[in-house]
Design a binder for this molecule. Structure first.
Ligand SMILES: *Cc1c(COP(=O)(O)O)cnc(C)c1O
Length: 380
């Protein structure tokens, strides 16, 4: 075994030039959502070929603003995969609606259509698709179902900015796609996110629910040289992104495909090296272009924590993404039964994620693989 090293779980790709972009904003009087955000929103519209984009200060706040704009609240249900990060379900709880879980496909871990159909009720207002780990899957069948049932289709694209399926990108077949620019995501400004949509009415509503429900944001109140009165048209939250952080985004959006390629290389190397090690990995959807946000694997649940400890002892940092959402204490206490979603439950008990980022060197990837082989054999 080669000499001991430390492999961080995640490293961002920002540098000194990005610091300068924040300095440039500091030199202007307007630190919050202004010209920089506007420019990035236009850039997003171009990237996704949609007419509307709104920057927000997190996926979570953007999704809350989105659900408020759709009028989803108490008495309504939203179908959410049981295998995802808790935020996908929490936002439904936070607006007073009810998350109804559906299980995922055991091979791809993408939302399972039969399970979604079984979760539908008269109170269902929306389906939340999650492109987990960066796997952009075929949304067409879900878009068709949503149309048939006259319900909304929302995409959680926190893991998948740069993915596509058969040429279809986020937001093209759904009502809304929501992104996260949180510290560890493929595109980051520390905390942040975006919502894209195609409907002008929904965009107008979102523009208000993103900012207290005000009829005009700060920048518009001083438009045309004088003060303009504003009203509160509806209830909103505070989800707008400041220009200070938005300044970090344009360059990352421009170069995202370069980093996708680097991520793809790392993921393909891992996949090949782990084949035959008795480790399960999710299948990548045929026809899909993966964003490779995370590289999760699955080991027998009784071994998982020993494997993590073995990797940590060798300096390899890993995380668990994710325990099934209905198995969380909060949801259990609310009466959810994680056993009703066995694929998600079992995946969550055995999964761990390996380090994956564009700057992860080949020798470090090899070290991770070696360390994993050793940790697995020691745990068996
Ligand atoms: C990170 C993440 C979120 C939440 O994003 P924030 O910007 O931190 O609110 C939502 N869904 C998934 C799948 C995530 O991984």
């Amino acid at each position: 075994m080669s000499a001991h090293r430390t492999i961080p779980f995640y490293l961002h790709s920002l540098g000194p030039n990005d610091g300068q972009k924040m300095q440039d904003v500091l030199a202007t009087p307007f630190l919050t959502s202004g010209a920089v955000c506007r420019a990035v929103e236009e850039q997003l519209c171009g990237f996704f070929n949609v007419p509307h984009a709104l920057l927000v200060n997190s996926f979570t706040n953007g999704a809350i603003a989105a659900l408020l704009a759709l009028g989803i609240g108490p008495g309504d249900e939203v179908i959410v995969p049981a295998s995802t990060f808790i935020a996908s379900a929490n936002v439904v709880e936070l607006v007073g609606a009810k998350p109804v879980f559906a299980d995922v496909d055991p091979d791809t871990l993408c939302l399972d259509m039969e399970s979604v159909k079984a979760a539908l009720s008269e109170r269902t207002k929306a389906i939340m698709l999650v492109h987990l780990y960066g796997a952009y899957f075929d949304v067409r069948p879900f878009a068709q179902l949503a149309r048939e049932k006259a319900i909304y289709l929302i995409e959680d694209c926190a893991h998948c900015f740069e993915g596509s399926f058969d040429g279809i990108q986020p937001g093209q077949l759904s009502d809304l796609a929501i992104f996260s620019f949180y510290a560890t995501k493929n595109i980051t400004c520390g905390e942040g996110g975006a919502v894209i949509c195609r409907d002008k009415g929904l965009y107008d509503a979102l523009s208000q629910t993103r900012q207290h429900g005000m009829s005009a944001g700060a920048i518009n109140r001083f438009k045309d040289g004088g003060y303009n009165h504003w009203d509160m048209a509806r209830l909103g939250t505070k989800a707008n992104l400041p220009d200070l952080l938005a300044a970090l985004l344009p360059n990352q959006i421009d170069t995202v495909f370069e980093r996708r390629e680097m991520r793809q290389t790392v993921a393909a190397n891992y996949r090949q090296a782990l084949e035959g090690m008795g480790i399960k990995m999710p299948q990548w959807c045929k026809g899909g272009t993966h964003a490779h946000h995370l590289f999760p694997i699955w080991v027998v649940p009784t071994m998982r924590d020993k494997v993590i400890a073995g990797l940590n002892a060798q300096g390899v940092n890993v995380t668990v993404n994710y325990h099934s959402v209905p198995s969380m204490q909060y949801y259990k206490t609310k009466g959810y039964d994680a056993h009703l979603y066995p694929v998600s439950l079992n995946w969550g008990l055995g999964t761990l994620s390996l380090p994956l980022y564009p700057s992860l060197k080949e020798e470090d990837q090899a070290y991770v693989v070696q360390a994993l082989a050793q940790a697995v054999s020691a745990a068996a």
